[in-house]
Design a protein around this ligand. Structure first.
Ligand code: SOE
Length: 398
């Protein structure tokens, strides 16, 4: 007679992921879901079970490359599947609301790329759907991945511990240069109906989220200017991620190339934000500096393993900024990776995002950033666009 196996482990819970989209974000998310369980102890096994894309050949190639067994050419089909627990939305903003709301209604947890939606109305509908789903234990998160940079997560810890004191200034820029060439094609990120807005929503949204997240304060008022420097571009013949080839026909650019914003927060701080794709030489310079009554932090994503910290409580002779290499086992996320000093990259933020979302699902805790946080950012984006349209508050010099 077989003896009962008292040491048998309980069956591991398996979370099935459906990725919608297979371009830049689809790739980095697929990699993240597959890597997270290799480096972090998760309370569940994670399997990417299906990828969905309209182009069957490209979707199949993607599935083969990432070892994903199934593809679907209609995202609706993945919602029918019992082996899908998480729907991961990696497509242009135009589709976010439809997919997220349907997936939540189908009982799937949803991770949605940023910005949450193309319009404030869509973001409101998504946040309402997320709140209702949350009551049924169905969770949602928006992909403001930079929160999961160890240096920024550590900055958050310093601020929460009071090391900066009262926050006076938030000074932030997100600078890229991938469309400086006026003949760079009119990819979806440059079309309002696809992306909602341009530099503002694509990269400005990240620094607005970070400012609110790091300080715990909300932006209450904004003044803004926005500009489209290159108003017509060649239509793309093919595109992948941020690269594309140009055809002979041209079309209108319907989004902003740059946005500059001044703002106030409910904690009494003054903030500035600059988002541009025309900062020649700046590739992915997400920078944020926060000055408080007791100290300051400064960060630049082009040196993502470093955080600068000025401790204003030190004697003057020891003052000023010093560099912290945020790779010690005691720093957020860093202990799961390489020995101190070996450094992480862009893709690791997405691994941390996948890990945190799985942790939330296992613990049944509300993910952060939630769709409500995404809606909060969308309200700021909307106010910025309204302010930029209304030049009434400008004062002429002459
Ligand atoms: C392009 O500007 C882009 O890929 C953004 O869409 C991402 O959100 C940002 O992380 C990097 O740049």
């Amino acid at each position: 007679m077989p003896t009962p196996d008292h040491d048998a482990k309980p069956a591991t819970r398996v979370l099935g992921v459906a990725i919608i989209g297979h371009s830049f974000m689809g790739r980095i998310h697929a990699e993240a879901w597959q890597t997270a369980p290799k480096f972090f102890e998760l309370g569940a096994a994670v399997r990417v079970v299906v990828v969905s894309g309209r182009d069957e050949r490209a979707t199949t190639e993607f599935a083969d490359r990432f070892g994903i067994v199934d593809i679907e050419t209609d995202w609706r089909a993945v919602l029918e599947r019992d082996d899908v627990d998480i729907v991961d939305i990696c497509v242009p903003g135009r589709l976010h609301a439809d997919i997220a709301i349907a997936a939540l209604a189908a009982g799937k947890h949803v991770l949605c790329e940023k910005p949450l939606a193309n319009t404030l109305a869509e973001a409101e509908a998504m946040a309402a759907a997320a709140e209702a789903a949350g009551k049924r234990g169905v969770l949602s998160m928006v992909g403001f991945s930079y929160r999961r940079t160890p240096a920024l997560a550590y900055a958050k810890r310093l601020i929460d511990d009071g090391r900066l004191g009262l926050i006076r200034h938030i000074r932030s820029q997100y600078l890229q240069d991938w469309i400086v060439d006026p003949d760079f094609p009119l990819v979806w990120r440059l079309q309002k109906d696809e992306a909602g807005s341009g530099a503002l929503g694509d990269i400005g949204a990240h620094i607005i989220d970070l400012a609110q997240f790091l300080t715990g304060q909300s932006i209450t008022a904004v003044g803004a200017v926005m500009e489209t420097f290159v108003t017509s571009r060649p239509l793309p013949t093919a595109s992948s991620g941020l690269s594309a080839s140009a055809g002979d026909e041209r079309g209108h650019v319907t989004v902003d190339d740059a946005a500059i914003v001044i703002a106030r927060t409910d904690g009494g701080a003054l903030a500035t934000f600059e988002a541009t794709r025309f900062a020649t030489g700046r590739k992915n310079a997400l920078r944020i500096e926060i000055n408080g009554s007791l100290g300051s932090i400064a960060f630049d994503f082009e040196r993502l393993n470093e955080l600068e910290f000025a401790d204003g409580t030190l004697p003057d002779v020891e003052g000023g900024f010093r560099r912290i290499l945020v790779t010690e086992p005691g720093h957020p996320y860093a202990g799961a990776w390489w020995p101190a000093g070996h450094g992480l990259g862009y893709e690791h933020l997405f691994v941390h995002q996948a890990k945190d979302f799985v942790d939330d699902i296992i613990r049944a805790s509300t993910p952060s950033p939630s769709f409500a946080d995404g809606l909060g950012v969308q309200r700021v984006l909307d106010a910025i666009e309204r302010s930029a349209r209304d030049s009434a508050s400008w004062t002429s010099v002459n």
